[in-house]
Ligand binder design. Structure first.
Ligand code: GUN
Length: 298
């Protein structure tokens, strides 16, 4: 048992935001105002909170911020038209359609409709390919990029480390595994998922454990190799009658029982969550830089 380092995602995110502020000022001085459009279809309460904080952070940095809230009945063609209009809008450098959309929407088709040069989520197949190819002109999905930043800032070595990622989503699990195995990070990576045999045993091999499954407090103390680093990507709302909201947020890791076995661990809230927004701002600046450079190229 050790006293773990509780990784403070809020303060790391604040430092990234300050870097973004300086870069925004430099772009504004060149007459370029970074612009981000965030599209929300329907009224999922958690998505509304995320979209609201993305828009607020944009405004705080001096970005042009467009929040487009569409009714749940919006059809596929109407949503595709919104995306096409944003693709054509020179004031917009980044486009994000909040996931998950209502079930009648073909999300894959919507992602493919986004101009890959404006795909600050990094979900378009062209950006997925660039991640596989380790091409830095691509956009890295914000949540895994945020996890990597936390490991880097906390001085956690990845080279040669055994990393286990629980979850194989296109938003977190798969890109996270690619980042860890890249030539920059050099970890040995296992991707585990709901059909994996002996999940606790696989996790016990991990020097670095990334939990991204969306199951409240699934990872228990006896899944942890002593001294491991645990990054909890889960943000689950669980009913809690003692709260005014009626719920509390919990991660995919049973924090109280797991923490004493770790060298370092992220809390929920205040761990990975704030990093996602900070990395979105970084990606939007990258898009603004790359699009402006392309527009003045001979
Ligand atoms: N829903 C949960 N995380 C994300 C994200 O990073 N991007 C989008 N578009 N939707 C999400």
């Amino acid at each position: 048992m050790t006293t773990p380092h509780i990784i403070d995602g809020k303060s790391v995110a604040a430092a990234v935001i300050e870097e973004c502020r300086a870069e925004t000022a430099a772009l504004l001085a060149q007459g370029i105002q970074p612009g981000l459009a965030v599209v929300l279809v329907g009224s999922d309460p958690a998505s509304q909170v995320y979209v609201g904080s993305k828009a607020r952070t944009c405004l705080d940095l001096g970005f042009h911020s467009l929040k487009i809230e569409l009714p749940a009945e919006t059809n596929q063609e109407q949503l595709l038209q919104v995306v096409r209009d944003l693709n054509a809008d020179p004031a917009i450098h980044g486009i994000l359609v909040q996931s998950p959309p209502p079930p009648h929407i073909d999300e894959e088709a919507v992602i493919r409709a986004i101009d890959p040069r404006k795909d600050v989520d990094g979900f378009h197949p062209e950006n997925v390919a660039k991640l596989v190819l380790e091409d830095p002109t691509g956009f890295v999905p914000c949540t895994p990029a945020g996890c990597m930043k936390l490991l880097e800032v906390c001085g956690i070595p990845t080279a040669g480390a055994e990393a286990v990622v629980i979850g194989r989503s296109m938003i977190v699990g798969k890109p996270m595994a690619l980042l860890l195995v890249s030539k920059v990070s050099n970890a040995t990576v296992t991707i585990a998922h709901s059909r994996s045999k002996d999940l606790p045993g696989i996790c016990r091999r991990a020097d670095i454990l990334i939990a991204a499954v969306g199951r409240p407090e699934m990872v228990k103390a006896d899944w942890i190799k002593p001294g491991a680093v645990v990054i909890d990507v889960g943000i689950n709302r669980v009913p809690d009658a003692s709260r005014k909201s009626g719920f509390r947020l919990t991660g995919d890791v049973a924090f109280t029982e797991v923490a004493p076995h770790c060298a370092a661990i992220t809390p929920v809230p205040g761990g990975v969550g704030p990093m996602t927004i900070a990395m979105l701002m970084k990606n939007t600046l990258q898009a603004a830089r790359q699009l402006s450079a392309a527009s003045i190229a001979p």
